[in-house]
Ligand binder design. Structure first.
Ligand code: ZN
Ligand code: ZN
Length: 365
């Protein structure tokens, strides 16, 4: 990560705090802490002041790592032997005279209650919603490069893994394990989410878990996979025919792939995220398949696999250059098959760049 990105991000958040008459913000969501400080540990709290100064609290396991990743003149690292919350509460008191924000959707009840008791109204605790997440929605060119690299690695892992499949012998579980192994071999930290490998009727469950079922001829095989590389997620779904595809399956596949293509073509700055979803739905409706499309068309992704915008029917968020989203319409026929085609795309100045290089032709295994 470009080191100067972190102070810039903190300065932007600090300016927004000042705009909202908040003196400080307690950041408890780890991906938000990572975004603002570079800290990748699993235990941390960040107090960000409206004056731009911030303090990152963590425990002794991360003594060296936290200083290396996050220590900067405007970001102090404090290693606490005990609980982080009392120390963070003291920092909030010091940095905030009147009003301190906290991440309402990211804090547990007990932590909130302890915090409220320690501060006792001074400063006043103000709930905020999506404060850092909104800033994270638009990625820098460096972040997009990370997601592009993650998407390429993900596609390479698929190609390597498919070579290992022996039709009639390999199980869903074995292929899922091979995919995650290849991701790591190629340099990923690991999968960004649990890999889905679902053959035949099991693919009709949009979030199927791989089982010990064998990948057998005559079925469609759905693979939904994403790598985490340098902290950034990618996400792709492809469907393959096992043996030569039945005509009906090939027609359904083409309908979904075309709906996906139309939705991708609708992605550009200024268009509502919801309009991308409606484009995919309209395309499926022309073939009377829209009632089989049971989830939203996509989601933002970055440091987390699911971020804003939500790319659902009613999402009014206007797309902007630098946003990264997935486009993944699907149709699900219980007892028969599930078909979904998913790419990771980045919104550009004039349209979008598809970051997923894998072909969308219906391939046979
Ligand atoms: Zn996916
Ligand atoms: Zn997805």
């Amino acid at each position: 990560m470009a080191n100067n990105a972190l102070p810039t991000r903190r300065a932007r958040s600090a300016a927004e705090l000042a705009d909202r008459s908040l003196d400080a913000l307690l950041v408890s969501h780890l991906p938000n802490i990572r975004y603002l400080t570079g800290f990748t540990g699993s235990n941390g709290l960040l107090v960000l002041g409206a004056d731009g100064r911030s303090v990152l609290f963590t425990d002794p396991r991360y003594q060296v790592q936290a200083h290396e990743e996050s220590g900067m003149p405007d970001c102090h690292v404090r290693v606490e032997k005990g609980a982080l919350l009392p120390a963070a509460a003291r920092a909030l008191r010091r940095l905030a005279k009147h009003r301190a924000g906290f991440e309402a959707a990211r804090i547990g009840y007990q932590v909130y209650a302890q915090l409220a008791e320690r501060l006792d109204g001074c400063p006043e605790l103000v709930p905020t919603e999506g404060f850092v997440e909104r800033q994270r929605m638009v990625k820098s060119p460096e972040e997009i490069a990370s997601i592009r690299a993650s998407a390429r690695l993900n596609s390479a892992a698929l190609e390597r893994s498919l070579r290992s499949v022996r039709v009639g012998r390999t199980t869903e579980n074995e292929l899922a394990a091979e995919i995650e192994y290849q991701m790591r071999r190629l340099g990923a930290e690991g999968p960004a989410f649990e890999t889905i490998v679902a053959a035949g009727p099991r693919a009709a469950l949009p979030h199927a878990r791989p089982t010990s079922a064998k990948i057998s001829p005559g079925a469609l095989l759905l693979i939904d996979m994403g790598a985490s590389l340098g902290g950034y997620a990618s996400d792709m779904t492809r469907v393959l025919a096992v043996g030569s595809p039945r005509r009906r399956h090939a027609l359904l596949y083409r309908a979904v792939a075309e709906a996906q293509q139309e939705a991708v073509a609708a992605v550009r700055p200024g268009v509502q995220a919801g309009a991308v979803d409606r484009t995919a739905r309209r395309a499926l409706a022309r073939r009377q398949l829209d009632h089989l499309f049971t989830h939203s068309t996509g989601h933002g992704l970055g440091l987390e696999i699911h971020e804003n915008p939500r790319v659902g029917r009613k999402d009014p968020t206007p797309l902007a250059e630098g946003m990264t989203i997935t486009v993944e319409p699907g149709v699900y026929l219980p007892g028969d098959c599930g078909i979904r085609v998913e790419d990771t795309v980045a919104v550009t100045a004039s349209g979008c760049e598809v970051l997923t290089p894998t072909t969308k032709e219906l391939r046979a295994l």
